[in-house]
Design a protein around this ligand. Structure first.
Ligand code: PHE
Ligand code: ZN
Ligand code: ZN
Ligand code: ZN
Length: 297
């Protein structure tokens, strides 16, 4: 007989991606790629004639969530500089590095900017919801804009995980300088990468390019052709010896060993890294609020 407990456990797996695994019995019953539907579960239970009472629980429930969008009153509305960070965390933990750090830096910068005189280009802040469920908030936002409104966005800057406890220093690879993985971002993204690299290098911090893998909220912006960039300090990937030599920290462990875990708490932040990247955020905002000439021509 199929093991109802095993099915229940697999159904209640809340990890992203397809549910894969084997049931206790029968041994050949594999969870189909693409996930286990209620009908699949019943078919598995019935497979060798067993009668099994299954408690089928699904995780999906309808929820409404909200992006928070704010914009300067001054500046050109047809050449908007947009910056964003996601407010949500995974259910497993409080999400302080992912992404309290990016959101705190962005909020503080918005508050400081609010007290300043006029900007040339309007600056718009996007605090995204439901990033962890598949970039839901930012994708909805970009897709809710008309083509004309998308054209009014000069560029988008993303800040997701900028205080990892074993920090690396990464800028999204706008020119594909590493020649691996995903290609460059939309035209203009190379200039954005250079803005971040020049700033941090000037502070004595070496920066590596990191591919636009589609794992954060820039995804829909680059999909519609908006130049993009941003900073992050690394997630589950292990720091190499060479990286530890130039940045400090510990080789052989993850940039953020608490990535998507309960221990992503207030202790899980490298405050030096957060400070440097928050300053990089503010710097890039200042550059592009003044002019986006270097990016858009
Ligand atoms: N922080 C992203 C998330 O929300 C994942 C990510 C990893 C983003 C590495 C950038 C770099 O889970
Ligand atoms: Zn995350
Ligand atoms: Zn994140
Ligand atoms: Zn690349």
């Amino acid at each position: 007989a199929a093991d109802a407990g095993a099915i229940g456990a697999l159904i209640s797996n809340n990890e992203p991606g397809p549910l894969n695994g084997t049931l206790g019995t029968p041994a050949d019953a594999r969870i189909p790629t693409g996930g286990l539907s209620q009908a699949d579960g019943q078919a598995l239970a019935a497979k060798d004639g067993a009668t099994v009472q299954l408690e089928l629980r699904t995780f999906q429930e309808a929820r409404t969530s909200y992006n928070v969008i704010a914009e300067t009153k001054t500046g050109r509305k047809d050449n908007v500089v947009m910056l964003g960070s996601h407010l949500d965390s995974v259910p497993a933990g409080p999400g302080i590095n992912d992404n309290g750090t990016g959101s705190a830096a962005l909020l503080e910068t918005a508050l400081q900017l609010g007290a300043k005189p006029k900007v040339n280009n309007a600056v718009r802040f996007g605090f995204w919801s439901a990033e962890e469920f598949g970039l839901v908030g930012s994708t909805h936002y970009v897709d809710s804009l008309s083509f004309e409104q998308q054209l009014d966005l000069a560029l988008y800057l993303n800040f997701d995980m900028i205080g990892s406890p074993n920090a690396g220093y990464f800028a999204y690879d706008g020119d594909d300088s590493d020649h691996v993985g995903a290609g460059p971002g939309p035209y203009g993204s190379a200039q954005i990468e250079k803005t971040f690299v020049d700033y941090l290098t000037g502070r004595g911090v070496a920066v590596e390019g990191t591919d636009f893998t589609g794992r954060s909220d820039y995804g829909e912006f680059i999909a519609v052709g908006i130049p993009a960039g941003g900073l992050d300090t690394g997630a589950e990937v292990l720091k190499t010896e060479a990286q530890a030599a130039k940045w400090g920290g510990t080789a052989g462990i993850a940039f953020d060993p608490c990535y998507h875990q309960a221990c992503d708490n207030l202790g899980n932040v490298d405050r030096v890294a957060l400070d440097r990247n928050a300053d990089g955020l503010a710097w890039a905002l200042g550059v592009y609020a003044t002019s986006t000439e270097s990016v858009n021509g």
